[in-house]
Design a protein around this ligand. Sequence first.
Ligand code: UDP
Length: 240
Amino acid sequence: MDLKYKRVLLKLSGEALGDHQEPYDPQKLHEIAKQIVALQKEGLEIAIVVGGGNIWRGNRAETIKMDPISADYMGMLATVMNALALESVLKYEGSNQVVVMSKIQVPEVSSPYLFKKAKSQLEKGFIVIMAGGTGQPKFTTDTAATIRAIEIEADVLLMAKNGVDGIYDKDPKTHKDAIRFENISLNELQNKQLKVMDLTASSLAMEDQLDIVVFDINEPNNIYKAAHGSARSTLVTGGK
Ligand code: UDP
């Protein structure tokens, strides 16, 4: 099977790495890493933006009566933890070219995220894990993934979802007759009041005509398949 893309940005939510009890599920982590390493060996340039929701989300601030901005920074720090877990597992699974770049400065374990540096590392064949989200509170890692995909001129944003294999005309969990779109534009999504990401992220994707493939990470080998254009998915086109 041929690769469909030359350079991708893979968005992994924190929840993709763990289960309901534990932040990390070893089997899931290694499954993900094996696929990414296989793609790297085939010559795909891969950047990864990781979320932090398996550890902490800013919207939980109220539960412990903390200030929401600090809570958002905690969320960004959680993404750094996930990036480190992913880095180690990728190395274990056979990659010797992985780098973690972060928008939150944690110099002991990551390099600062600089887009030109990220691009040159990708060109050299490194997997670049992008931690720290946008580096700003009030944003999401979906927005970070969109911005980074645009910055590094990725051919596509591969948006891994947990248990849903694309965009449906209604919620497939509650409607048995829900229909999955093969292709849909961001503009049509907005008109139909459906969404793939938060509003900030989708506005940015629309502005730069970024294509997004939405697929289910829980299906076997689906990151690998998505990079080859063969995963059951929805292609969301950025154009208007
Ligand atoms: N976050 C933030 N700014 C960013 C990205 C993330 O403040 O640019 C915080 C926010 O509190 C968020 C948390 O980090 O709830 C974890 O990120 P996210 O919820 O996007 O992770 P995911 O759902 O993808 O695991």
